[in-house]
Design a protein around this ligand. Structure first.
Ligand SMILES: [Fe+2]
Ligand SMILES: [Fe+2]
Length: 324
């Protein structure tokens, strides 16, 4: 970005694209059976493809440079669902224009020989800049963390999802991924770049109970305290939220987003479908992040602006100067 230019990132999460066929007897694990009953009893009343499509159609009317999808594209981790979601991503944009991190419903049960979310690999891969950053650090075998650069803004994708027992929706980053994240954050800070972290689970212990939260949230918070970051985007809670993490160079906004597929509130505790536009405006080496929320304000309504705020006023991009 040159002076005055802006990068616009769209954040969308928890699409929960309606469950389709593809069930074989070997797919019926206890966890999937319970998940399927949960879908039939409640979720299918709330989640619709039309809500997702309405958000994406609205997005097309704004100048979006990149789309970040923070997981739970599907429901039961079925191969047929994963395949359908791969087709959905292709329609959403090219792998260069869309970044994805998986959620607990995408990596739902152990899949043995099936490739699972690796079907979405191109959307979860480091670009050439990121590969160079990670060359001296090392990513996990699944490619996480991934690093992608857009001008002075760098996206860092984390995988917090792994198969869990029934009734558990928790996530875990693990020591290897946390260690790599710490080194990536430090290196990008030294290069004077803005660092945006994408993760499915809310990454602070205060944001979710242990049964459905990030089990090593404390470890994540410690990494942020040591290295800082400019923005964290997450999903999973199906609510809109903003909290601040203590970072080495100032407070870090941690933004949660409503579920993109939520067209009706059946359980009375979730927010309606929405996506956020994050606008990074650079002027004279300073960066400002603006947030514009667009979504449904009433069931059956149209997508419109529902929130607008400045998340972070100008902070220096130079690695030598402390941020706001
Ligand atoms: Fe979800
Ligand atoms: Fe989730």
């Amino acid at each position: 970005m040159a002076g005055g230019e802006r990068l616009t990132l769209a954040h969308i999460s928890d699409l929960h694209l309606p469950t389709i066929g593809g069930f074989g007897p070997h797919h019926w694990t206890v966890k999937r059976t319970l998940g399927y009953l949960n879908w039939q009893r409640g979720r299918k009343l709330s989640f619709t493809r039309s809500a997702v499509d309405a958000l994406i159609a609205d997005m097309a009317g704004h100048r979006v440079d990149h789309i970040a999808v923070t997981g739970d594209l599907i429901n039961l981790g079925l191969p047929a669902e994963l395949e359908a979601a791969a087709g959905f991503l292709k329609g959403l944009g090219s792998p260069e224009a869309v970044s994805v991190v998986p959620g607990n419903h995408d990596i739902y049960v152990r899949l043995n020989s099936d490739p699972g979310v690796a079907r979405w690999r191109e959307y979860m891969a480091s670009d050439a800049f990121g590969q160079a950053v990670l060359a001296g650090i090392g990513a996990r075998a699944d490619g996480f963390p991934f690093v992608r650069r857009h001008g002075r803004v760098v996206l860092i994708g984390l995988n917090s999802a792994l198969p869990m027992p029934p009734f558990v929706a928790a996530g875990l980053l693990g020591g290897q991924q946390l260690g790599a994240l710490e080194r990536v954050l430090a290196q990008l800070k030294a290069q004077g770049l803005a660092r945006v972290i994408l993760i499915h689970h809310p990454p602070m212990a205060s944001l979710a109970p242990r049964r459905r939260g990030l089990l090593d949230a404390r470890g994540f918070e410690e990494v942020i305290a040591r290295c800082g970051a400019e923005l964290v985007l997450h999903g999973h809670n199906h609510t809109n939220s903003l909290v601040w993490a203590d970072g080495a160079h100032g407070r870090v906004p941690v933004v949660g987003i409503a579920a993109a597929g939520m067209s009706r509130i059946a359980m009375g505790r979730h927010a309606l479908a929405r996506y956020n536009l994050l606008r990074f405006v650079e002027e004279a080496g300073m960066l400002t992040i603006e947030l514009v929320g667009r979504g449904l304000s009433v069931e059956g309504g149209v997508v419109a602006e529902v929130e607008r705020r400045v998340l972070k006023t100008s902070f220096a991009l130079s690695g030598d100067t402390a941020g706001a």
